[in-house]
Design a protein around this ligand. Structure first.
Ligand code: 5GP
Ligand code: ZN
Length: 168
């Protein structure tokens, strides 16, 4: 995606207004326009990355340091009793804005104590399938899509993914 077409890049450059609450060298945080709770804040890298899988370890590490700082000031500034952090990669995961962002959402004692993962129902998966899934993840490559050489991405997959039906 061309960053000049990106909504959040527009907020970084100041072309699009936002209620900014925190800024450092690498990250910017501003209030979500559709807050799930008062103080719902989005933390983004100033550089354009579509998903965290496009980020190198350094950029991702720095971003998470900023997320932690923002979580602390949001919690303190809203006097909340807890903080939920959510982050979606890819359309199927619910990502709408294609620029990496962390949702930092203050949580209050008067609401149901449901984690963000509670948006998905839990599934019954038998022990043998759980072993296969664990093995597939343990033996997977973790390419950085922005850096990995062509042949690395095309290496034969040793996970025998065809053995696993992920439609539980
Ligand atoms: P996603 O669904 O991609 O994880 O989250 C995108 C978030 O961006 C949504 O919660 C949405 O409310 C927020 N959002 C969309 N457009 C704007 C905007 O122009 N300004 C701000 N501050 N937030 C936005
Ligand atoms: Zn962007």
């Amino acid at each position: 995606m061309d960053p000049s077409q990106c909504l959040f890049c527009g907020i970084v450059t100041g072309k699009i207004p936002a209620k900014k609450v925190y800024e450092d060298e690498h990250a910017l945080a501003f209030l979500d326009i559709n807050p799930r709770n008062p103080g719902h804040t989005l933390v983004i890298p100033k550089k354009h990355f579509e998903t965290i899988l496009d980020m190198g370890e350094k950029d991702a590490g720095k971003l998470f340091e900023s997320v932690r700082k923002v979580a602390a000031v949001v919690m303190s500034g809203t006097s909340s009793q807890g903080i939920s952090i959510g982050q979606s990669n890819g359309q199927v995961a619910g990502q709408v804005v294609r620029h990496v962002h962390f949702h930092v959402i203050p949580r209050f004692a008067n609401e149901g104590p449901v984690g963000l993962e509670g948006a998905l129902p839990s599934k019954k998966i038998d022990d043998e399938s759980m072993d296969k899934i664990a093995q597939a993840i343990k033996t997977a490559h973790a390419p950085h899509s922005h850096k990995e050489p062509e042949q690395e991405a095309k290496k034969p997959d040793k996970r025998h993914k065809e053995d696993i039906d992920f439609n539980f």
